[in-house]
Structure formats: structure tokens, C-alpha cells
Design a protein around this ligand. Sequence first.
Ligand SMILES: Nc1ncnc2c1ncn2[C@@H]1O[C@H](COP(=O)(O)OP(=O)(O)O)[C@@H](O)[C@H]1O
Ligand SMILES: [Mg+2]
Length: 402
Amino acid sequence: MTRPISVMIVDDSAEMRLSIRMLLEGADDVRIVAEADSGLEALKRLAVLPVDVVLMDIHMPEMDGVEATERIGREYPGCAVIILSVQNDVEYVRRSMRAGARDYLFKPVTGQTLLQTIRSVCETERDRHVRQTVAVLEQRAAHRPRAVVFSSAKGGVGKTTLVVNTAVALARQGKSVVIVDFDLSFGDAALFLNLEPLRTLADLARESGEIDPDVLSRYLVPHASGVYLLAAPKRPEEGEYVQSGHVRAIIQSLRRRFDFVLADTPPGLSDVFFTLLEVCDDWYMVSTLNLAVLKNNRLLRELVAELGYDTAQVRHLVNRVQPRSGLKMRDVAKVLQADVWWELADDPAEVTASINEGTPFVLRDPQGRLARQVYLLTARMEDERGERLSRRNPLRRLMPGR
Ligand SMILES: Nc1ncnc2c1ncn2[C@@H]1O[C@H](COP(=O)(O)OP(=O)(O)O)[C@@H](O)[C@H]1O
Ligand SMILES: [Mg+2]
């Protein structure tokens, strides 16, 4: 059986309270948990006591039933008010209903009518609560953000190239995307996108006060593709303003607003990088077909694992793959001691031209081999976002039939 309905009787007449109490006696699904002789007293009780239904008289000293009903509706939305009044109070009853009362009864009332009204009001209230919870969960489920950190032990492997082109490809498919350039000393995401940011991460970090969505939005630079960029500092020495706390606040806030948050990083390890590993959903490791790069990326992953981070889900991307390279993909996996998750072709002419023009190659030549590989990569990213949903979706637990 569900828990009994807790009821509070609010009436300035002790005699009336007693007679209502007697009407409800014997109903084992209803429990009278409190009585009050004014609206003010009722509000005081509600502050400390969970109540499902309030039986409310209208004319009372201090605070009348209409005003009390209104305040309960505002302050205790899960609590339903039923007005109990006398016949010639019709105008008051109307006002109480407008103030949020769920039902009304005229005195004198029979025990049966009172019980039925309490039960039906309570049921409607519980239904409404479930519907609201489901709506909130649905909204959350529809928004399943992925924050992805791109990293590598060494520079020059194509992290920034991939971050920028992946972001634009995702945006072209209607996703909301933001790039945060955490390569704090030498970030070039802005250059790759041909953007000239007025404000950067360094300025944001120097803002006093909390990093909230309003503050953040002033630092986002829009690109024609729809991607937003939170740019790296303009001068290398400004990088030190950005601390772990900023990183955490920035990613958490952006995750709430964007489908994808892509974080670019400098090569190697830093506090910023470790914070990114904590707050991001995915870790992409970029390698090339170069033994030193592969070995060092493996060492980086192993070190991070030794420090207690979960590295089981690292996605290894191998960039600049050439068909005639001495290293075969088999060897790559051996050196990495992990599977390769995605391969991207070597296309120096296209990539160089795209960087020099400041136009990502996924826009410049969407049909090119490399661009198509990036578009397929983003499709896979999107798929994984969906997969996580079905595993994590809280609705499954709440409503098994869905
Ligand atoms: N798929 C590719 N094919 C050819 N050249 C590439 C490719 N990806 C990146 N590059 C080149 O590699 C260099 C480094 O790329 P970048 O994205 O700046 O690397 P990182 O951010 O890892 O330092 C750039 O000059 C770029 O032209
Ligand atoms: Mg870079």
C-alpha cells in the first residue's frame, strides 16, 4: 500500500477542527498530522512538516484562507489545498480557487464526501508530480552533452586540426558545438578558424566572481559554421591565469548548453589537462604513424592510469595515415598496446591550404577523403552519445514500459 495521505486541518474554531477530525477517523489511508488555527500558523507548520493536503477554512484571524492558499501554492507546490467554507462565501471560494486551491466543499460536509475529495485531489497531485519529474528527466535525456578532451604526448600530431574540423563537421549536422582552446601558451584554434577574438580564456580567468553562463557567453566567439570558440590567451605568458578551478567551471557550464564541448590541449601533462580528464566525458588521444609519438602516447596513458584515472575508454585516433608507410596498423596497436579507434588520412596539400586560408577542410572540400573521414568520425561520436543515453537514461528505470 502507498503511504497514507497526510492532512492538516486549518480552522480557527477548535470545535470545527474536532468535528473534521472525527469525520476522518477510521480512514486508514488518511493521517491528520497537524492542526492550525490561522493561515500564519499553517505556514509555520508546513515549514517543518510534510503535508499532502490542507483543509482550509476561509475566515480566520491573522491571515485568512485565501492568502494562506496563495502562499502555500507558491512555497509548497506539492501540497494541495481544499477549501472548506460556508455557502455564502462563494466569492471567497472563487478567489481561493484562483489562488491555487484544488477543490472546495461547503460545510457541513459528510465524512464520505470529504474523504473522496481528499483522495481524488491527492491522486491528481501525485500524477502531476510524476508528470513533472518525467518532463524534467526527458529534457535532460534529450540534452546529452559530450565534453571531449583531445591530447597527445607530443605536439604537431594534428590535435588542433582535428578539434577544429570535427567541431565544424558536427555543427554542419545541426549540433551545438563549442571549442575551448586550452593550449594556453600557443593555442591556434582561432587562427585555424580565421577568427580574431576580442576576449580570451586569460581575460575570463581574470574576471572576479563566479563563471556563470552569462559571463561565459561574453567570451564565446562565433564562427560562420555555427561553432563557438573560447580562445586561448593571445600571449604565452597569460596562460598562467587559467587555473584548475576555471577549467572545471568552464566545462561544467558549457556542458549544460552545448551538445559537444571539444577541448584542445598543449602536448604533455599539466594541471589543466588532469582537470580536463576529470570533467570531460571522453578522452581522445591523437597519434601519428611515428614510433616515438606512439610510444610516448602509450607512456602518457599508462602514467595517467597509474595516477588512478580511468583509461579504459581512451579513444586512440591515428592521424596522417599513409598507405605506404613502413608501420602497419597492426604494429601501431602493438606499440600503443591498445586498439586504434579511428584513422585519418595524410593529406598535406589540403590541410596546409586549409590552415593558410583559415577554412577548415570539412568546409573547403567536404567530399575529400580526409573530410569524409572526419564526417564519419562525427557520426560515430553522435552514435556513442546515443548509446550512452540508453545505458544511462534514467527514464528506463522510472518507466520500464518506455
Ligand atoms: N591529416 C593530416 N594530413 C596532413 N597534414 C596534417 C594532418 N593533420 C595535421 N597536419 C599537419 O600537422 C601540423 C600540426 O597540426 P596541428 O593540428 O597544429 O597539431 P597539434 O595541435 O597536435 O600540435 C600542421 O601543420 C598540419 O598541417
Ligand atoms: Mg595544437
